[in-house]
Write a protein that binds this ligand. Structure first.
Ligand SMILES: *Cc1c(COP(=O)(O)O)cnc(C)c1O
Length: 412
């Protein structure tokens, strides 16, 4: 049979793979240890930190989805980051984007400054001279996160990988914001893909987990060794849950993305919104690259509230459906204020440099009814309008430059 479609691979993650009883849904192996066949004759598994059948099924599914050669399933997204950093020594340089995930940023800064674990160079991949900046840094490893958090900036993965090859550098892409359904970095030339499975892959906000998928089997073996050595591997139950979540990845994302497009179309017409960040908008600076390297624009968007910072609490308090919480990618819609929540570990200067304004709001759009989500946001804007003595929040005249790409839902 020819290679199965990614949608099929996701729907059948772990299905019909039980060698013991032919269970259709995979069993959950909670045992921490495994009996030897006989003295000095170990079986396929010995100890669960080193290897676990349930976790291996998840790794196998991720290898197929990302089209890699090896995968290591870790207990958090951050431990996936820690694992990839084991490829570096003190004299190596790591290049990171200026606007990467706050937790990753904190890890890179502290490991390089307090532990001298590697040299760190921060590059703004949105600037026209990014390739010159990368070349000068002479990196061993280049870290990418695209779309970025929370401004959804897009980096050209293929262009960075081509440059990396001339520099003998490896490229790792944090693919958490899109999942392999919407972006497959290894096919664009990346060496390693990283996930916080906490987000879209699990998709139900009930697991914290991570994964590293490698294009090269040897790199995978090296990282699997480190994962066992450092104790970064995921527990069986979390692996079971993530595997279960992956089976609905495609339909979840499809609906979430469809809802996000409708919300963005609403937000661009809202007078109390100063700016909307979504790669599906034709005037988004990364729109063209997103069309090339992504299979859809995703279900994350952010916007700047055109009001005083003091309005924020009123806006959030007026919402009934959007839950004010960190994290993203679950079936439930979440709303967050990056400045005080997800990106609080960045100081004010770093926040400003990353373009995080004080009234920036980020949405993780879920699978609820689209009209309910829009009505909920309308309540929020009405509360802010009332506070500011504005008569109406009715839609402004359509701004021509802010039109959604009609290809938005066709890219599937
Ligand atoms: C959440 C997140 C992480 C960290 O993952 P955890 O599972 O929270 O440890 C890393 N990168 C990105 C882009 C994330 O959104």
């Amino acid at each position: 049979m020819s290679k199965r479609h990614i949608a099929t691979a996701a729907a059948r993650a772990g299905i019909a793979k039980d060698p013991a009883y032919a269970a259709v849904t995979p069993p959950l192996y909670l045992s921490s240890t495994y009996e030897l066949t006989a003295f000095q004759q170990p079986g396929a598994y010995d100890y669960s930190r080193t290897g676990n059948p349930t976790r291996d099924l998840l790794a196998e599914a991720l290898i197929e989805l990302e089209e890699g050669a090896a995968a290591i399933v870790t207990n958090t997204g951050m431990s996936a980051c820690v694992l990839v950093l084991q490829l570096l020594t003190a004299n190596d340089t790591l290049v990171i984007p200026h606007d990467c995930y706050g937790g990753s940023y904190r890890l890179f800064i502290n490991l390089s400054q307090k532990k001298q674990a590697f040299k760190l160079v921060i590059v703004n991949f949105q600037q026209s001279d990014w390739s010159e900046q990368v070349r000068l840094a002479k990196p061993a490893l280049i870290w990418l996160e695209t779309p970025s958090n929370p401004l959804l900036q897009i980096t050209d993965i293929q262009a960075v990988c081509q440059l990396a090859q001339t520099l003998a550098a490896k490229v790792v892409v944090d693919n958490t914001f899109l999942s392999p359904i919407l972006q497959q970095p290894l096919l664009l030339g990346a060496d390693i893909v990283l996930h916080s499975t906490t987000k879209y892959l699990n998709g139900h906000s009930d697991v914290v987990g991570g994964a590293v998928i490698c294009a090269d089997e040897q790199v995978g073996t090296e990282l699997a060794w480190w994962a066992n050595c450092l104790g970064l591997t995921a527990g069986a139950f979390d692996s079971y849950m993530a595997l279960r979540g992956i089976r609905t990845l495609k339909p979840r994302l499809q609906l979430q993305q469809q809802n996000a497009a409708k919300i963005v179309a609403f937000l661009v017409q809202q007078p109390l919104v100063a700016k909307v960040y979504y790669p599906g908008l034709v005037d988004h600076p990364g729109h063209g690259i997103a069309c090339r390297q992504q299979q859809g624009f995703g279900a994350m968007c952010s916007f700047e509230l055109a009001a005083e910072v003091s309005s924020l609490s009123h806006f959030f308090a007026a919402l009934d459906i959007f839950t004010l919480a960190q994290s993203l990618g679950g079936v439930e819609s979440l709303i967050c204020h990056p400045g005080t929540m997800t990106h609080a570990s960045m100081d004010a200067t770093a926040q400003a440099a990353a373009g995080l304004t004080p009234t920036l709001i980020r949405l993780s759009v879920g699978i609820e009814q689209d009209s309910d989500l829009i009505a909920d946001l309308e309540q929020g804007f009405a509360a802010v309008a009332k506070l500011n003595g504005l008569a109406t929040t009715q839609a402004a005249q359509n701004n021509e430059s802010l039109t959604l790409n009609p290809a938005l839902n066709v890219l599937w």
